[in-house]
Design a protein around this ligand. Structure first.
Ligand SMILES: [Zn+2]
Length: 215
């Protein structure tokens, strides 16, 4: 009979120690290991600089860690009076990576909010998306994070966020379903409670603005 296995340390201490950032050389070695896993020889001339290129690519693709999007938004909103109609940004490109396969998630984000005194510039919204997208993600969480941080900072009457994206782990591996797009949405405040507000947002996003005469 096998001796009882010692309890995993994770179970023993619910709070794990913070991860330690590896050295650049450790990262290079890990990438050489992956190249061997693929079946190639990392000593081959064409692959010699690959570990460093991949490490730099990762720095760029995952630069959203360490940035606090709420703190950054807090410093950028403007107080306004009088404008209380919906603000919509449509088709903002998003590039992220799925946390299950480390493969690209490519798509668009649509954001709408009903301001209550505070608005924020377009470039700031784009950067907000990037801060969350440039991390390992699942699309549902990305959608909720964008909506919740806007809601926390702008304190609008409502926020709606829709993300439509292609997951390369579904299109170039696994089930190989090209063209399948995943759509997620997070509706808060008036966008959740008021069907007309939500409809107006969805119509504009899908390119069919509601006419003023409709009610
Ligand atoms: Zn995946």
């Amino acid at each position: 009979m096998a001796a009882p296995r010692p309890k995993a340390s994770r179970a023993a201490s619910p709070r794990q120690a913070p991860v330690q950032k590896p050295t650049r050389e450790e990262v290079h070695e890990a990438i050489r290991t992956m190249i061997r896993w693929a079946g190639d020889d990392p000593r081959r001339e064409g692959l010699l600089d690959t570990p460093d290129r991949v490490a730099r690519a990762w720095e760029e693709m995952f630069q959203g860690y360490g940035e606090d999007p709420v703190a950054f938004l807090r410093g950028t909103f403007e107080e306004i009076e009088g404008y209380d109609e919906m603000v919509i940004l449509r088709d903002i490109r998003v590039e992220s990576h799925c946390e299950h396969h480390l493969m690209p998630i490519i798509g668009s984000v649509h954001i709408a909010y009903l301001p209550e005194k505070r608005v924020v510039g377009i470039s700031k919204l784009a950067r907000l998306i990037d801060v969350y997208a440039k991390r390992l993600q699942i699309q549902e969480k990305l959608t909720a994070q964008i909506a919740n941080s806007l809601n926390d900072v702008l304190k609008p009457r409502g926020v709606g966020v829709i993300v439509q994206a292609v997951h390369h782990c579904m299109t170039t591996r696994g089930v190989h379903k090209a063209g399948v797009e995943m759509v997620t949405s997070q509706m808060l405040g008036a966008f959740r409670d008021d069907a007309r507000t939500r409809r107006e947002f969805l119509a504009i996003v899908s390119g069919r603005p509601t006419r003023a005469t409709e009610s």
